[in-house]
Design a protein around this ligand. Structure first.
Ligand SMILES: [Zn+2]
Length: 638
């Protein structure tokens, strides 16, 4: 055995001798002595295996329950006569059970190409990294310290942004910290919200958006996506009308590192493919830990979709919410979502739908497989709110083109019990999703920057807009375009051109003709300087400018030209200066869609001609307005 190893090493050494990565490669073999060498697939574990199952020989249920016992990676059912399942095999025990439990007629093959890819991710992780706040070899991905540093920076930055609040909230400790206070980490929430409505003397009921990332430690990209989302919100507040409107009407709660103990291992010892937390408990210590996404107390403990084997990747823990990380998230989330919308007996009343005006959006972001998953996951049955959940899943899909992987969908994967998204929906009423980003745990930066971030960041911003009452807002029509001039020189007769496009179906991706996306547009409404949901200090809402809608098939584009004098009566801010226009519509089933905002700045100067619009204010007050090339007076508005 030793001889064989030596001769393989010799051959590899020869092959790599002229390669610049040689020294890291050599070092990594000895540093990772318990694991497979980094380089081409020359055997060893972990490795990727492909299971090929003939569709004729096996029921789908049988296949999915088999798959759920393993560290499943991808599932391809493109070929009609068989499915290909790719599985990450961590150790000999895994490999034994894979071969012994496979369905009859299934073939189990080692996938050399994919295993080699895993080794390459690992090699890249070993390459020298300049920045200490990113994962070695992945300059696009912040590491634990990088994410925590960014949280601090955003909180600091918010101090100088009017009406923006960014708080870091300590919600508990990780497992290691509960054992020894000098080890482990605090569990932290980054809370972001705007106070613009209150600042203007109004009031509003804020939506709740709750996001967890990093639950599975080896999924490198999700915490980065969550952090970029936080940055987009903070940097857009007061700059971008839509982001400002979202934050003034939403509390965003982000647990960017939901499993920091595990994450530390995943970032520093990538060969372990650490998924779970750091509670010990498996004889093979590498495979210890509890899968936090099987540890939540809704339908916890089912043998389908979780494991009671402490070494399994889906080990559910010794009891529901046994883990301090789970407890921290649960206690905090309960303090955020309204108690009034919960059921007395969530399991007993499992078939009762939550009301359409139930508040709150939740997503747990994982990788990988390019999927959008929604409840239920503990069984392949739709929830009583499936129509609203699926409406929103389709709208998320319109941004990222991921597969719809909810219950009873062709791309439903396998059951998973005790998962976080089932708990947020079942216990709290939040409309819940699990994202599976991208195509790899250790995703390359080109894919992260060019595909994953640009397609998923807008989906989160869209989801935030629905988070007041996602079950109904997701069924309404969407403003897909709201175009205003950035600046306009003020004169009462100046026309303001607005282009507005609204559609009930445009963002409903997936097989066409979904029930909530087939209505016609009944109304399009605009408000100025006051969000449609807000109340002023007398308890009154804004003036609503309702636009006439002709008969239509569900998508309407309107080009409006109104003299500014029409809007002046609705202005709640000084005429000269920035204004916000809010737009929303209703469909013929009466569903109101999300609100979209855009801004315009009215100026005294016509920058194109250098003309100035001046009010001639005489002793008797306002007389007329005339245009002068050089205005001797301050611009004042009649
Ligand atoms: Zn995961």
């Amino acid at each position: 055995m030793r001889l064989l190893v030596v001769s393989i090493l010799f051959m590899l050494t020869y092959a790599y001798a002229q390669d610049e990565v040689y020294s890291e490669w050599w070092e990594s073999i000895f540093l990772q002595a318990d694991h497979a060498p980094i380089g081409p697939d020359n055997g060893g574990l972990p490795a990727i295996y492909t299971v090929i199952i003939s569709s004729e020989g096996a029921q789908k249920e049988e296949i999915t329950s088999f798959v759920s016992e393993f560290d499943y990676l991808t599932f391809s059912s493109a070929e009609n006569d068989h499915v290909n399942i790719s599985i990450l095999v961590h150790n000999e025990e895994d490999l034994d059970s894979l071969t012994s439990r496979k369905p009859l007629q299934a073939q189990v093959l080692r996938n050399h190409e994919e295993t080699q890819r895993l080794r390459q991710y690992e090699a890249r992780t070993k390459s020298p990294s300049v920045a200490s706040n990113t994962i070695p070899g992945f300059p696009c991905l912040r590491n634990l310290q990088g994410v925590f540093d960014t949280m601090e920076e955003l909180a600091e930055k918010a101090l100088s942004i009017e009406s923006l609040t960014v708080e870091i909230i300590d919600i508990g400790d990780t497992y290691l910290k509960t054992v020894n206070s000098t080890d482990g980490y605090d569990m932290k929430v980054l809370k972001i919200t705007g106070n613009g409505v209150a600042k203007r003397g109004g009031s509003t009921e804020k939506a709740i958006m709750f996001v967890t990332t990093g639950v599975h430690a080896r999924e490198y990209v999700p915490p980065e996506l969550g952090t970029r989302f936080a940055e987009a919100l903070v940097n857009g507040y007061g700059v971008d009308a839509d982001i400002t409107s979202i934050l003034d009407h939403t509390e965003v709660h982000l647990v960017l590192e939901s499993n920091p103990d595990g994450r530390f291992v995943a970032e520093t010892k990538p060969a372990l493919y650490q998924r779970k937390n750091q509670r010990p408990g498996c004889a093979n210590s590498d495979a210890g830990g509890v899968d936090l996404n099987r540890n939540f107390p809704f339908k916890w403990g089912l043998d389908s979709g979780s494991s009671n084997d402490t070494c399994a990747q889906t080990y559910r823990g010794s009891g529901p919410a046994s883990e301090p990380e789970s407890q921290a998230i649960i206690e905090y989330a309960k303090s955020i979502f309204p108690e009034s919308q919960r059921k007395d007996d969530p399991i007993g009343q499992i078939n009762d739908p939550f009301k359409e005006d139930t508040r709150g959006f939740y997503t747990d972001i994982h990788s990988y497989s390019e999927l959008i998953i929604w409840p239920w996951s503990f069984e392949n049955e739709v929830s009583p709110n499936d129509e609203g959940e699926q409406s929103l899943a389709r709208k998320i899909k319109s941004f990222n083109s991921y597969k719809l992987s909810g219950p009873q969908q062709p791309d439903f994967l396998y059951t998973a019990s005790g998962i976080i998204a089932d708990w947020f929906y079942g216990e709290l009423g939040a409309v819940s999703f699990t994202y599976e980003l991208g195509t790899a745990f250790y995703q390359d930066c080109a894919t992260v920057e060019n595909e994953i971030i640009p397609s998923n960041l807008p989906s989160l911003i869209y989801a935030a807009k629905t988070s007041l009452t996602p079950l109904s807002l997701s069924k309404g029509p969407d403003i897909t375009n709201l175009l205003l001039p950035e600046k306009l020189s003020y004169h009462p007769t100046t026309t303001l051109e607005i282009i507005i496009k609204i559609s009930d179906s445009a963002l409903s991706a997936g097989p066409p003709g979904y029930s909530t996306s087939m209505q016609t547009i009944s109304t399009i409404s605009l408000t100025v300087d006051m969000h449609p949901n807000d109340k002023d200090n007398d308890g009154n809402g804004p003036n609503i400018i309702q636009l006439a809608v002709d008969s239509n098939t569900g998508t309407v584009t309107k080009s409006l030209s109104y003299p500014l004098s029409i809007f002046v009566f609705s202005f709640r801010e000084p005429t000269i200066g920035p204004h916000t226009i809010y737009a929303f519509g209703t469909d013929s089933d009466g569903y109101v869609g999300p609100v979209t905002a855009a801004s315009i700045e009215l100026t005294c100067f016509d920058e194109t001609t250098s003309n100035v619009n001046c009010a001639l204010v005489g002793d008797e007050g306002c007389t007329s307005i005339e245009v002068q090339t050089a205005c001797p007076k301050m611009c004042s508005i009649c």
